[in-house]
Write a protein of this length. Structure first.
Length: 161
């Protein structure tokens, strides 16, 4: 029997060379890159600051927001703190967020953060909002009325279990 030779390995092209010619990937937007850089700074600062320092940083971030986002952020902060006093405020990708045992449960993204037409109240996978096989994890906010505030309070309570 003849000795069998191993098959030649084909050369692999890099992912870069397989993209269409003339179509460069735009990658992250300036706002997304800024958010990632801000998150790196937050992680460094969190290591130096205690819980009081993190809440101060969240309140300073909210105070620095433009008027419509600032007002909504202040109100959301109060609602979340009242509804789930066990959540700890912290900055998360430059946004006010609220964590349980160090893991973010919910966050507020002002409309101006990524130049969108509405602010967002979002919930992470740590939030226990499960309803069957599908449920919302983010809510668009254009204003806060008493009805929205009550719904947010109930959502936050449910999210922390």
């Amino acid at each position: 029997m003849a000795e069998r030779k191993p098959a030649k390995k084909g050369t692999q092209k890099s992912a870069k060379s397989t993209t269409a010619i003339g179509k460069a990937s735009k990658g992250f937007t300036d706002e997304e890159r800024a958010a990632m850089q801000e998150r790196a700074r937050e992680l460094k600062a969190a290591g130096r600051a205690g819980k009081e320092g993190e809440e101060s940083a969240v309140l300073a971030k909210i105070a620095a927001m433009p008027a419509p986002d600032r007002t909504m952020g202040e109100r959301l902060h109060a609602i979340i703190k009242a509804s789930a006093p066990g959540l700890s405020p912290k900055l998360w990708y430059g946004m006010p967020a609220y964590a349980k045992n160090g893991s973010v449960v919910c966050f507020f993204q002002g409309a101006q953060k990524f130049k969108t037409r509405y602010a967002t109240l979002g919930f992470s996978d740590q939030a226990t909002l499960d309803e069957g096989h599908m449920w919302p994890t983010a809510f668009a906010l254009t204003e806060l009325t008493a009805a929205e505030e009550a719904r947010i309070g109930a959502l936050v309570k449910k999210a922390v279990g």
